[in-house]
Unconditional design. Structure first.
Ligand code: KG4
Ligand code: ZN
Length: 341
């Protein structure tokens, strides 16, 4: 019998291009195995059909490895948690089907987890970093999403601002593509940005009707035009100025994100600010948030690097809280590509 003090959960994340499996003991991560899919880099983006095939190949060895690393037997598990959405449907189906079969075979509860909620609750994994108190604002920035979420409890979250077109990760990746950098380009822009002058070039900030919403497609077009114009005049423009271009793009994106956060903090009166999602690995946003502690008297929360990009540990922590709350799913539950909280 499990008690509140001893719950083992196996979690599966397969919403995009990483197959990840984690085992948690309560809110502590025992293992968090991530199999990256290299195949997509040659296509400049994730190819959904290839992603689901790779998940299919990875899932058994990754589950095996996660159990091995955690040093527990599958019979000791109390529940199976899995990502139900949002994400690529074919990819989600691999994790969903595997989770269902495993829960059925072991006769233990099945727990579905919203991927975006998981990015936010990753802050509650037992680590050395401080956990945000409720209520807090969370800027969730990934390759698929850009949201400002007001979090009042583990399961009480409200999106108060979101992107109307591209996600911020896409803005990074598409800009990188324009510059001829490989996919995913976000980390590469970040790397070059750290060596360049952020004020070398100025890009226009997009305007949105709702002050808390985002729009990045105009910025992408602006960058494309700027590059095309300069390359026409000087074919080696990108090569000669790569660091400055990257620094300027990153500076603009970070300024957009920070302005929205400032507005959200003003509107809600909340000064506890967290970030989540793959783009929170970005050095520019991390520095800007740290500076904001002094500048605006905020308390900011930045998750450990391992739990920012897609990983199953974040699915496991939601699974743990749902387990305590007895929020279980029927075996007939189905994955969903688009879903809100
Ligand atoms: O959360 P995530 O791993 O997957 C999604 O759910 O989308 O986020 C991936 C995104 C990609 O767009 C990637 O380029 C971006 O996060 N990313 C970064 C950095 N590290 C990852 N963007 C900017 N700077 C980084 N250091
Ligand atoms: Zn994600």
């Amino acid at each position: 019998m499990s008690t509140k003090n001893s719950t083992y959960i196996l979690a599966i994340e397969s919403s995009c291009d990483d197959t990840s499996v984690s085992v948690l003991h309560n809110d502590k991560v025992l293992s968090n195995v991530v199999a990256n899919q290299e195949i997509h880099s040659q296509y400049g983006g994730v190819v959904p059909e290839l992603a689901s095939r790779a998940h299919q190949q990875n899932i058994v060895p990754v589950v095996h490895q996660a159990l091995l690393k955690a040093n527990i037997d599958k019979k000791e598990l109390h529940a199976i948690a899995f990502t139900i959405g949002p994400g690529l449907l074919g990819s989600l189906l691999v994790g969903t089907s595997f989770a269902k079969s495993m829960a059925l075979a072991l006769d233990i509860p099945l727990i579905s987890v919203n991927h975006m909620q998981a990015h936010i609750l990753a802050h509650f994994i037992d680590t050395d970093t401080e956990k945000p108190p409720f209520p807090f604002l969370c800027l969730t920035i990934s390759g698929g999403h850009t949201q400002i979420v007001k979090v009042t409890d583990y399961f009480s979250m409200k999106i108060i601002g979101e992107t109307l077109d591209d996600a911020v990760g896409e803005a990074f990746d598409k800009s990188a593509k324009i510059l001829g950098l490989s996919y995913p380009g976000g980390p590469l822009i970040d790397k070059h940005a750290q060596l360049g002058n952020p004020k070398a070039y100025a890009f226009t900030h997009p305007k949105t009707k709702n002050k808390l919403d985002f729009s990045f497609s105009g910025l992408k077009t602006g960058i494309l035009r700027f590059i095309q114009k300069n390359v026409k005049e000087n074919p080696t423009f990108i090569k000669e100025n790569l660091n400055d271009i990257c620094a300027s793009i990153q500076y603009t994106i970070v300024a957009i994100l920070m302005n929205k956060l400032k507005e959200a903090s003003k509107q809600t009166g909340i000064q506890h600010i967290a970030i989540a999602g793959g783009v929170s690995a970005n050095s520019g946003i991390r520095n800007a948030l740290t500076n904001a502690e002094k500048q605006y008297n905020w308390k900011t929360y930045i998750p450990e690097f391992e739990y920012t990009t897609d990983n199953a540990a974040m699915i496991g922590i939601v699974g743990y809280y749902k387990y305590l709350d007895k929020q279980f799913d029927a075996i007939s539950v189905t994955a969903s590509a688009r879903m809100k909280f």
